[in-house]
Structures are given as structure tokens and as C-alpha cells.
Design a protein around this ligand. Structure first.
Ligand SMILES: Cc1cc2nc3c(=O)[nH]c(=O)nc-3n(C[C@H](O)[C@H](O)[C@H](O)COP(=O)(O)O)c2cc1C
Length: 382
């Protein structure tokens, strides 16, 4: 997360930290050195499975946990597992969102393999699954076969520039209603797409997503889960290229001067905590539209299919130049969120079903890539 200058000035109260930043010079302005390399290495492998996975790991996924692990011991096959150390037990107690992230990965894997002339035959949960959580059984067995007739997907062109935009959107730039149809058109795995850019509805969604964010942050165990994933400054981001990353001159300066620490962020009376709250509300409050995916059932297979559709919607938004940020708090299944969860479901799934994803859309500033673990670190048995 690289804050805009506008927010920087707001955050530092007009100059104290900028002055400190001058003193730290080089240290404050250098960015992470290795955390973004997987974006450059995508496609640069000999084994077609590695080539496809090197793209797939650029998929969106909750809290950038990158929960994928691949076993390549069978020729021509990727057996995908969920990394038990990368779950989010507090905000995602049944690993529904983690499974959606794995669905994003599998769809991107399919697209990348197709781009390379390979067909993927995918068996989901070949040894079964549990609704309670993901376990040591495989998520998918994916066989790659060279196939000159495989169809390439035009959405693949947008993979390298897709982002989750965590900056405020421009409230003077409305989103044309016709763009919702462009996003709806790419959904094909079974989820129902919905969306709005209508002012009254957007106002209601802004309020609901703000309230849900407040609850997540004011609930100590869910907030702590996020704080534990804060990566503050380039050294931490390079050492752990995942989680919630804070880089750029402002955060380097705040880190060097001790003004932004995990301990400080946990203290709800601190400057860091209050600034953080203002920054996240600036996002919910500048939504210029909202989109969502609803499914009839909530099986593991449906969650994977939702991830495939979500990746496609995210890429279609990228193709349209639209900023896109999931706001998942109101969909989370921890007890303290029961109120917003019920309200979202009353609105979007009154006859039953699960609201799997909810995002704000609008036009935001250009933002940088988010970190990724190298592909090699995600391969088992090597
Ligand atoms: C299931 C799911 C839920 C997500 N929920 C949120 C969210 O609530 N807030 C948010 O800012 N980003 C959310 N994201 C986006 C991730 O934070 C993002 O994909 C990750 O940090 C990697 O960044 P990138 O998408 O820019 O590559 C979600 C993504 C997925 C797949």
C-alpha cells in the first residue's frame, strides 16, 4: 500500500514526518527489492506447470495470504493444496474466503495454461472436503495437456495490471451504468452478478460497508489478526511478501521514527490507529458503485467457482480502467458481524443463498503491485 500525497499530508499533520524523512534520506525512499519480482518472472519457466503457476500466483486473495501450495510429483499434474499456516481463523472462520482466493488462482492457472497452448482438466476436492474448514486433503488435481485447439481468454491481457485499489476514489467521476453490463458479461461459472451505481443505493452501501469495517476493527480478535499481518517498511515486506503491506517514503519514515508499529496500531488511542481508521473510511465513503456475487449454495465447489467468476470480474474492471476493491467485512461469519451480515443477505439474497463477494468500484489513482512470495517457495517436496 503506497499512500497518495494527499493522504500523506493528512496523515502526518502537515510536515513533521516529511521533515524527519529528509533526515533519513536514502533509507526512507528505497522500496522493497524482491517482493515484486514474481510479477516480472511470470511466464519465465521451462516446465509448463511452473509457467502457468507463475501467473496464477498473481491472483487476488484475502489479506494477500497466498494460501496455495503445489505438489508436482506426478508428471503433467499440479495437485493443489491449501497451506494450513495461511488461514484467517478470526475473519474467515470457515475458510470460505480463502477458498474463493484458491478459485481465483485456479481460474488464472487455466487462463495462463491456455495462453501457452495447454488445456487443463481439473478435478476439485478429489478426496472430498469439509464445510467446517480446509484440511490436508487436496483442493484440486489439475492435469495439463498440450492442445492446439484450446481457446485463449481475452481477459488474460489484463493480468499484469490488475490491482486491488485501496485508495480513495474520485467522487467527481461517476461510473457509467453500462459498465456494469460489461462486468456481468464475463461471469460464467455459476455465480449471480449484481451491481449498482445509483446514488441512493451507493449511499446505503457506503454506510453499511463503513459500519462493517468499524466492527471488524473494533472487535479485538479480528483486528489483531490484521495487525499481525502488517508488514511495515521495505525490510519487512521483502522478508514476508504477503499480508497488509505498508511501503513508500511515508511509512519508511514513520517506521524509522517509531511512529508506526504493530504495538502502536493495536493501541486504539494512538495516532497510528486513528489515522488508519480515517484512511479506511476514506475508501468506503468514496465508493462510486458496488458490485457483488451471490450463489444459491455455499459448497466448497461453489466457492471455487465464485473465485473464478470474481477473478474474471476483477479483470474486466481492469480492462475498463475501473478501480476495484473488495470490501468483505459485512460478509464475514464471525459472531460480532451478525448484524451487517444479515442486512447484506436481506438485501441481496432475500430468498436464501450466500453473498460471496462485495466490492466498491470507481476511479482511483494508479497504484503499485502488491507483494508475492516466489513461486519456488510454494512448491511442496522440493
Ligand atoms: C476473497 C477475497 C476477499 C478480499 N477482501 C478484501 C477486503 O475486504 N478488503 C480489501 O482491501 N481487499 C480485499 N481483497 C483483496 C486482497 O486484499 C488483494 O487481492 C491482495 O492484497 C493482493 O493484492 P492485489 O489484488 O492488488 O494483487 C480480497 C480478495 C479476495 C480474493
Amino acid at each position: 500500500m503506497n499512500l497518495t500525497r494527499r493522504k500523506m499530508i493528512f496523515l502526518v499533520g502537515g510536515g513533521g514526518v516529511l521533515a524527519a524523512g529528509g533526515g533519513f534520506g536514502y533509507a526512507a525512499t528505497r522500496g522493497p527489492q524482491t517482493a515484486y519480482l514474481p510479477w516480472e518472472r511470470a511466464g519465465g519457466y521451462e516446465d509448463p506447470r511452473m509457467r502457468a503457476m507463475s501467473w496464477a500466483l498473481l491472483a487476488p486473495n484475502p489479506h494477500n495470504r497466498q494460501p496455495w501450495l503445489a505438489d508436482l510429483s506426478e508428471d503433467g499434474v499440479i495437485t493443489l493444496y491449501a497451506d494450513a499456516d495461511r488461514m484467517l481463523p478470526h475473519t474467515d472462520p470457515f475458510s470460505r474466503q480463502i477458498t474463493i482466493g484458491l478459485g481465483c488462482f485456479l481460474e488464472l492457472l487455466r487462463m495462463a495454461a491456455a495462453e501457452d497452448g495447454y488445456r487443463t482438466d481439473t478435478a476439485l476436492f478429489p478426496q472430498g472436503s469439509s464445510a467446517a474448514g480446509l484440511d490436508q486433503r487436496p483442493i484440486a488435481r489439475v492435469a495439463l495437456t498440450a492442445d492446439p485447439a484450446v481457446t485463449r481468454d481475452p481477459l488474460f491481457a489484463h493480468v499484469s495490471v490488475r490491482r486491488s485499489n485501496k485508495e480513495p476514489f474520485d467522487v467527481t467521476r461517476p461510473v457509467a451504468p453500462a459498465l456494469l453490463e460489461e462486468l456481468a458479461a464475463v461471469v460464467r461459472s455459476g455465480a449471480q452478478f449484481g451491481g449498482t451505481v445509483e446514488a441512493t443505493e451507493v449511499t446505503a452501501w457506503r454506510a453499511l460497508t463503513r459500519e462493517a469495517l468499524r466492527i471488524e476493527v473494533e472487535t479485538p480478535h479480528t483486528y489483531q489478526e490484521s495487525v499481525d499481518l502488517f508488514r511495515i517498511g521495505r525490510h519487512e515486506v521483502d522478508a514476508n511478501p504477503d499480508g497488509i503491506d505498508f511501503t513508500g517514503p511515508l511509512f519508511e519514515s514513520l517506521r524509522l521514527t517509531g511512529q508506526f508499529t504493530r504495538e502502536g496500531a493495536s493501541d486504539t488511542t494512538s495516532f497510528a490507529y486513528k489515522s488508519g481508521m480515517d484512511a479506511i473510511f476514506a475508501n468506503t465513503d468514496t465508493a462510486m458503485g458496488h458490485v457483488w456475487l451471490v450463489t444459491d449454495d455455499n459448497s466448497r465447489e461453489t466457492q471455487i467457482a465464485t473465485g473464478a467468476d470474481w477473478l474474471r470480474v476483477n479483470l474486466a474492471a481492469t480492462a475498463q480502467g475501473l478501480g476495484f476493491q473488495p470490501l468483505s467485512q459485512a460478509l464475514q461469519e464471525f459472531p460480532e458481524m451478525a448484524g451487517p451480515y444479515a442486512r447484506v443477505h436481506d438485501r441481496l439474497a432475500p430468498d436464501g443463498g450466500t453473498v460471496q463477494m462485495l466490492s466498491r468500484i470507481g476511479y482511483g489513482p494508479a497504484i503499485g503491485k502488491s507483494p508475492r512470495w516466489p513461486l519456488e517457495s510454494r512448491i511442496m517436496n522440493v
